[in-house]
Design a protein around this ligand. Structure first.
Ligand code: SF4
Length: 424
């Protein structure tokens, strides 16, 4: 009851009195001329559909590669006509498994360079089983400079439980190849809080990750995403997920492990070594998403492309932006969106914070006092730094409020290519 009232009050505060907290069917989206933006490219094809995965993806079929490429090229044109020759501050390629369309990606990136002014890095997600000399050369040729490898674990039993179709030897070989290739930075994704995983097994994964030489290691828990099928997965049925206390202890172990080994924290789950550039997927503030199910955040507006690959291709073929749902962002939502991602970064730049919110903002001051009272953050001069405790609990709290919304939108959008509304 209390949570429901609190949630309602937060929503009302965010959207104001005139707007409902809902996604509406989107028509005639036009971000207008933009000076600069990030780009996200979604490649929704996987050869192996992992049971825990909530992202928008379908099984890879070679025959879809050509039409999907044409659709991406058309979408680039559509945006060029609307936003003009904007500066592209970064390109992030995710999925699905982007390397399934590795040849096509080169064509899309060339078109983006022709139409826009690319100044930032190109980041890509990869899978261990797709890393080989040929694919690495292709990534380098098309200008990719930051790579993330979705390793998840060095433990064969856990890889099998997760439905991953490679073993630790393949993961280690792929890491060697990608690290020797000369990318600016290589991130290794690891998962913890796996069903039946012991503390010793977590430490074993951390040690092997450390020995691999990856510049950055992102260790995140296997969330029991309500929208994934993991709970129903045949093999996981009888295995219990570690409880909150165990997950809390594991996070502390991971956090201390990396700090003791010379890494510094760059996000709730990410730890970076030395001065290499940070690989990050989710903290860009303004971006345009290309591909089925991709999201975009432009000034005053957040919107989502249709999740259906077929309808995405059809829409682009017909010269239309494939946008399905939109939510107008009030000034208040823009502010808290910014703050959400700064909490994710675990560092909040004070100057920007006070400019955006106003130094005398009472809500903000109360929030900062609470962080300090609960010993979750420290004032470090130019920034407020969340400590290990603050990073864990605050992110947990954020997810408690945010994941049900993501769950609802994704569930509806995966069932219906063009919903009339998604209400909460
Ligand atoms: S985890 Fe990665 S490879 Fe597995 S289904 Fe999801 S996107 Fe595809």
């Amino acid at each position: 009851m209390f949570t429901a009232l609190l949630t309602r009050a937060i929503r009302r505060r965010l959207v104001g009195p005139e707007q409902r907290f809902s996604f509406q069917a989107a028509k005639n989206i036009d971000p207008g001329p933009l000076e600069r933006t990030g780009l996200y490219i979604h490649i929704p094809f996987c050869k192996n559909l992992c049971p825990y995965c909530p992202y928008n993806k379908i099984r890879y079929e070679r025959k879809l590669a050509g039409p999907y490429l044409q659709a991406l090229l058309e979408e680039v044109e559509q945006y060029y006509n609307r936003i003009g020759k904007a500066e592209i501050t970064s390109i992030y390629i995710g999925g699905g498994t982007p390397t399934n369309l590795i040849d096509e990606l080169g064509t899309v990136l060339s078109r983006i360079r022709e139409r826009f002014h690319l100044v930032g890095d190109i980041c890509i997600e990869t899978n261990p089983e797709d890393i080989n000399g040929e694919n690495i050369d292709k990534l380098l040729q098309c200008g990719v400079n930051l790579v993330s490898l979705g390793g998840q674990s060095f433990n064969n039993r856990h890889l099998e439980l997760l439905g991953r179709s490679y073993d630790a030897a393949v993961l280690e070989r792929s890491l060697e190849l990608v690290l020797a290739a000369g990318f600016k930075s290589v991130n290794l994704d690891l998962m913890f809080a796996l069903p039946g995983q012991t503390a010793a097994e977590v430490e074993e994964d951390l040690n092997r990750a450390l020995l691999s030489g990856a510049n950055q290691i992102t260790a995140y828990p296997l969330f029991s995403f309500p929208y994934s099928t993991v709970g129903r997965y045949r093999r996981l049925k009888k295995v219990k997920m570690p409880n909150l206390a165990v997950r809390r202890k594991m996070y502390r172990t991971i956090h201390n492990f990396f700090l003791e080994h010379g890494f510094h924290r760059v996000s709730v789950w990410g730890f970076l070594q030395g001065e290499t550039p940070r690989y990050s997927s989710v903290t860009r503030e303004r971006y345009i998403g290309l591909g089925a199910g991709a999201g975009s955040h432009v000034p005053g507006l957040f919107y989502l492309n249709t999740f259906s690959v077929d309808r995405y291709i059809d829409s682009c073929r017909n010269g239309k932006l494939p946008v399905a749902l939109k939510m107008n962002f009030t000034k208040m939502m823009e502010l808290y969106y910014w703050l959400y991602w700064r909490f994710y970064d675990t560092y909040i730049p004070k100057k920007e914070l006070f400019i955006l919110f106003g130094g005398d903002n009472r809500e903000l001051q109360m929030l900062l006092r609470l962080l300090s009272a609960f010993k979750m953050a420290t004032d470090e001069g130019d920034e407020i730094a969340l400590n290990e405790r603050g990073s864990f609990w605050l992110h947990l709290l954020q997810n408690y409020f945010v994941l049900p919304y993501i769950n609802r939108i994704w569930t509806v959008a995966q069932k219906n290519p063009y919903p009339s509304e998604v209400d909460f």
